[in-house]
Ligand binder design. Structure first.
Ligand SMILES: Nc1ncnc2c1ncn2[C@@H]1O[C@H](COP(=O)(O)OP(=O)(O)OP(=O)(O)O)[C@@H](O)[C@H]1O
Length: 256
């Protein structure tokens, strides 16, 4: 495993001034996500999760410290298609078909669509949307829209995948089904993945380790390793070790 090809966050700080007060959104945050790893980031509202994601996507710059994505600056990584991202609300373009939404990052990067014909067909199959290539987002269920968003995030074959609360809007049953699906997709894609979530169970089910953050200032307070082999199955949600980890993370979130 080599952090050079994963995500390296080195002593990153970022503050904002809003309405006369200084908010330390991130204070001295360091985190290495080795190549091929799956890390879940969990923390209370305002602990800096979105800020960290924005820095890793090159949409914002730290006041001090450094973020490296596959050994490159976040901007360079995004421009070269090494970064894929899927957000909570799927953010699909309503007038574009599923296929055209999946192709969107290629249009943005100025790449030829024709070179990706096979890749898109493979991705549609991977996320279980065969037959819906020509459907519009409004014709899909919430879970299907999220799957389309994940396919879109994977279309450039990114080395690094960022998932920001991808299933936050779904009900518990569907979310667990999607967790199983995401595990399968992730195992095939090999992408180094950082998942931002509010779901303790989702974090444990999917990740190699769970990073717990605290706010004021935004910082990492605990890193908890998840010991389960893969593929993980839904019966894991009832496993005693799973419950013990849930408790440990809940306590870490409460500041214990
Ligand atoms: N552009 C900005 N201007 C002013 N303050 C900001 C800005 N961006 C973030 N903040 C502040 O920085 C802190 C961290 O915000 P951030 O959105 O990163 O938290 P979060 O953990 O993603 O929260 P949530 O779980 O609610 O999305 C908050 O106090 C927020 O108000």
């Amino acid at each position: 495993m080599n952090a050079e090809h994963g995500i390296t966050i080195n002593q990153v700080s970022r503050s904002f001034t809003g309405r006369g007060t200084l908010v330390q959104a991130l204070s001295d945050v360091s985190l290495d996500c080795p190549e091929g790893s799956f890390t879940a980031l969990i923390g209370p509202s305002g602990c800096g999760k979105s800020t960290l994601l924005r820095l890793a996507l090159g949409l914002d710059a730290p006041d001090s410290g450094q973020v490296l994505i596959s050994g490159m600056t976040p901007q360079a990584a995004a421009k070269s298609g090494k970064t894929g991202v899927a957000f909570q609300d799927a953010a699909l373009m309503p007038w574009r078909t599923v296929e055209d939404n999946i192709l969107l990052p290629l249009d943005v990067l100025g790449r030829k669509r024709s070179a990706y014909h096979d890749e898109v067909a493979k991705l549609v199959k991977l996320v279980g949307l065969d037959g819906f290539e020509k459907a519009l987002p409004g014709e899909l269920s919430g879970g299907m829209r999220q799957r389309a968003a994940i396919a879109r995030a994977l279309v450039t074959r990114p080395e690094i995948l960022f998932l920001d609360e991808p299933f936050g809007a779904l009900d518990q049953i569907l979310r667990r089904q999607m967790n199983v699906e995401l595990q399968r997709i992730w195992m095939e894609s090999n992408a180094t993945t950082l998942l931002v979530t509010h779901g303790i169970d989702e974090a444990i089910f999917l990740a190699d380790r769970v990073v717990v953050m605290q706010s004021k200032p935004g910082r990492i307070s605990r890193i908890i390793d998840v010991p389960f082999d893969r593929p993980r199955t839904p019966d894991l949600f009832a496993h005693p070790t799973f419950h013990a980890l849930e408790k440990e993370i809940a306590e870490a979130l409460d500041g214990h």
